[in-house]
Design a protein. Structure first.
Length: 243
């Protein structure tokens, strides 16, 4: 885990350390492996220079030394932790940052429409470049609100927590084991819509988050994936997520 309060220079979220951590995460992955990536921090957009973005901008994650070394672009992130995923490997990511919607460059987006039905949207680049895995399954939870801030959640025991992190953990604590992606996403949306201020928040993480909530502009959580044939209900979340 890389955090900005570490004394060990190799555990700080610098650009080089994040790159090494991404490489370490997927190195040697094989059938049956389950991988998790979480980023909570600052995101950015930069002008796309290779024609692989629908909106003309690359999304990026900003390490703590971004001013000196620059951000980590979605093209590099995709190459580092998405493309190496082989058949039988399951990869889940939660990215809690501005401009995080397509930060893994996964080909397909699933979000709920106003009528309550889930819709898959084709996010493949105009260039035709394939940005999926090498046979594995990759799923990204992110806030689909490029250009907007997330909620700011400030529980006593945990310091500041972003909207995606808060709603994701809160939903997992409330939902039963074996919850589907669709139900989890619906729960996250409800929590974010309510500002996270449920009176019945329980559990070791949820309970401290009942108060001291400050609301900013809101993002709507969405799921990105590398496969189009997921059923509309979406597959169950890996059991190791629901503890």
């Amino acid at each position: 885990m890389l955090t900005d309060d570490q004394r060990d220079p190799f555990r700080l979220p610098t650009k080089d350390n994040i790159r090494m951590a991404m490489h370490w995460l997927v190195q040697g992955c094989s059938y049956g492996d389950s991988l998790v990536f979480h980023f909570s921090g600052i995101g950015a957009q930069v002008a796309d220079d290779d024609g692989d973005e629908v909106d003309g901008y690359d999304e990026a994650l900003c390490p703590m030394d971004a001013f000196q070394k620059g951000p980590i672009l979605d093209d590099e992130i995709n190459e580092a932790i998405v493309r190496p995923l082989v058949h039988g490997v399951r990869f889940h990511a939660v990215v809690d940052a501005c401009y995080s919607a397509t930060v893994l460059d996964l080909p397909f987006l699933c979000r709920v429409a106003r009528n309550g039905y889930w819709q898959w949207e084709d996010q493949r680049p105009p260039s035709g470049a394939w940005k999926g895995t090498s046979g594995g399954q990759a799923v990204l939870f992110s806030g689909y609100s490029n250009g907007k801030s997330n909620f700011a959640v400030m529980p006593d025991a945990y310091g500041s927590v972003g909207a995606m992190t808060h709603s994701f953990v809160r939903a997992l604590e409330c939902e039963p084991r074996g919850v589907t992606y669709g139900r989890l996403l619906t729960s996250m949306r409800t929590i974010m819509k309510c500002g996270g201020s449920y009176d019945d928040m329980q559990g070791p993480i949820g309970a401290p988050m009942q108060h001291q909530l400050q609301r900013r502009a809101g993002a709507k959580p969405v799921v990105f994936g590398d496969v189009r044939h997921l059923p509309q209900a979406l597959r169950p979340v890996m059991s190791t997520y629901v503890q």
